[in-house]
Design a protein around this ligand. Sequence first.
Ligand code: SF4
Ligand code: SF4
Length: 380
Amino acid sequence: MEYRKIGKTGLSASVIGLGSEHLDGKPYAVVEETIHAALDQGINIMDLFMPGDEVRHNIGKALGNRRKEMIIQGHIGSVDLSEQYDISRDLPTCQRYFEQLLKHLGTDYIDVGMLFFIDSDEALEQIFTNGIVDYALELKRQGVIRAIGTSSHNPVVARKLLETGVVDLMMFSINPAFDMTPAGTDVLTTMEELSEQQYVTIDPVRADLYKYCEQQEIAITVMKTLGGGRLLSAEHSPFKKAMSVTQCIHYALTRPGVVSTMIGCQSAKQVEEAVAYLQTTEQERDYMEIISGYRGEGSGQCVYCNHCQPCPVNIDIAMVNKYLDIARLDTAQIPPSIKQHYRSLSASGADCIACGSCEDKCPFSVSIIRNMEQAEALLR
Ligand code: SF4
Ligand code: SF4
C-alpha cells in the first residue's frame, strides 16, 4: 500500500480508502469480510456517513480491537429521522447522532469529524449560525475528533468553507466527467444526463480548488471516483468509452491535494480489485485516450496525466507541472512544503534537456519546456 500525509494532521492515509455505503443493510458477515480484507490490504481510512444504528454497530464490531488501524471519517449532520438518509443542521440532533456514532462503533474518538454535505450557501451559513462548527471545534479541542473535515460536491461553496480555515480535510466528488462540468452545475442531478453534457475541458474553478487545497495543506479524499459506475460503461459514460477502475482511480489520485480515493466495496474480492490498482502499469493507468477528445483546443493547462512520458532524463513531468501550478497561485508566497516536495524529486526542471519529445505527445499543448524552466526558477 502507498500512503500520503493528511495535510497538517500528522496522519497518513492509504491511497485506496474504503467507502462503506454498500455495507448498509448487509448481514454482519459481509461487513466483517469487507472490513477485515481492507485492513489486511493496508487500507487505513474509511468513510462512514450512514446514520443507521445497525450498520454503525456492525462496522464497530468488525473493526473490534483493530479500531486504531483505521482512520474513520464520521459525519456531523447525517441523520435518518424519517428512516431514510437525511441532513440535519439542528445542533442537538447533530450531537445526538454523533454521540450515537461513537457508541455504536464502541470507540471514544473519531479521527475526522466531517461537516456533512456542505453543497449550498444556506448549508454553509447554517453550520456557523447553528453552532455546528463550534461543536466540531470543541470536539477537536477535547480530542474526541482529531481533525475537522467536510464533504461537498460544490466547488464554490467548498472553497468558501475552506477559506474560513476551519477544515483540515475535504471529501469531494472527483472524476473526469464531474471535473468537466461547469462549477455552477449540480453534478448529482446532472449525473442522469451526463451524455447530454458538453464536455470541453477541466473546469477552472474545480482545478483551482484542488490546487488551493495542496497549497494550504488541506487533504482531499475522493468520493464518486467511478461516477457511480457510469464511467465504467461506454453506454452510460459521457465520453462514450468505458474507463477502467484503474484509470478512474489514477485520475483522482493525480489531482493536486488528493490523498485517498474512497472506493465502495461490499466483499473481500472488491477490496482486492480496488487495491490491484497499485500493481498496474503506467499504460494501464493512462486515461488520456478517454478524455483527450474532449479537450479545449490548445488549452495549455496540464491535467497531470503523464501521457507525455517517458522523459529521457526521468523527470516526473506531471508532478513538476503540479507544483508549478500551485506556486503560480501566489508566486510571492509559495508554500515551503511545495518547494520541499519539488526539491526532493529525483529529477527536476534543471535536468530538462529540451528534447521536446514530451511536447509532441501532450494532447493539451502544454508548454512543458518553458514550465520546466519556470519551475526551477520559482521552486529551487
Ligand atoms: S504535460 Fe500534457 S501529457 Fe504531460 S502530464 Fe501534463 S497534460 Fe499530461
Ligand atoms: S523536453 Fe525536458 S521534460 Fe520534456 S521529455 Fe525532454 S527532457 Fe524531459
